[in-house]
Design a protein around this ligand. Structure first.
Ligand SMILES: O=P(O)(O)O[C@H]1O[C@H](CO)[C@@H](O)[C@H]1O
Ligand SMILES: O=c1cc[nH]c(=O)[nH]1
Length: 232
């Protein structure tokens, strides 16, 4: 048991899927896993382990934002020996060609996160995806005929920004979409020499104003989960 996870040693698989939403974690376990059992209910941050095609796999919510995912990633790695951390998140599009329900593999995560500014004393650190997981995700997507987009994403400390138009600077420099955790996940994984990848589904668009419902974000982003499950 760690401070925020009540699982016993050995309860959590080496590969874990990490949605921000704990109810998406529950849906993933109940929809995709064989024989899932719940290993965490602390703070209602549900975590489950089961099997997929005979291989053990886990899923757990991370909450929203870099501080929250950093806590869970740290405990999963240092207390439970997790080696592959795969975020399955929602994101807002910054580009006209990145449309609702498109899948984005985050090759790197630019950020305004105060956490990395604190950690690196104001110097820039470039949080990047693990190459092997990234390549494998491309292969799985191809095999399943799922179109993906890949590139730089933006990890923001804010969901509601004072200046809505500020996204246009990042958009101009080719950033595909915004979410709130990948830079933190990639940095903590790198610190502990384990593997991380963020697979994102576009839930809304800052360009067009379209958006999916909360329920759709919880239970319908199937293709990104299929790619993530293929990495186990
Ligand atoms: O759907 P999840 O995985 O939570 O990801 C996105 O959704 C939340 C904001 O609504 C933030 O956590 C953001 O990163
Ligand atoms: O962090 C997020 C996630 C989805 N959509 C956004 O605009 N921001």
């Amino acid at each position: 048991m760690s401070v925020h996870i009540e699982a016993k040693k050995g309860d959590i698989a080496e590969t874990i899927l990490l949605p921000g939403d704990p109810l998406r974690a529950k849906w993933i376990a109940e929809t995709f896993f064989d024989n899932p059992f719940c290993f965490n209910k602390i703070r209602n941050m549900f975590g489950y382990t089961g099997t997929f095609n005979g291989t053990r796999i886990s899923v757990m919510g991370t909450g929203m934002g870099v501080p929250s995912i950093s806590i869970y990633a740290h405990e999963l790695i240092t207390e439970y020996g997790v080696k592959n951390l795969i975020r399955v998140g929602s994101a807002g599009s910054y580009q006209k060609h990145v449309k609702i329900r498109d899948i984005v593999l985050a090759m790197a995560a630019s950020s305004n996160s105060g956490v990395n500014e604190l950690r690196f004393g104001g110097a820039d650190y470039a949080p990047t995806a693990n190459f092997d997981l990234f390549k494998k995700a491309l292969d799985v997507a191809k095999e399943k005929n799922i179109d993906i987009k890949a590139g730089n994403v933006f990890t923001s400390d804010e969901f509601y920004e004072d200046d809505f138009e500020s996204y246009k600077k990042w958009s101009k420099f080719g950033v595909l979409c915004v979410e709130m955790e990948s830079a933190g996940l990639y940095t903590v994984a790198a610190k502990h020499n384990v593997n991380a990848l963020s697979i994102l589904t576009i839930s809304d668009s800052l360009v067009t104003g379209e958006r999916t419902t909360s329920k759709e974000r919880e239970t319908t982003f199937i293709e990104m989960v299929e790619i993530a499950m293929g990495l186990a």
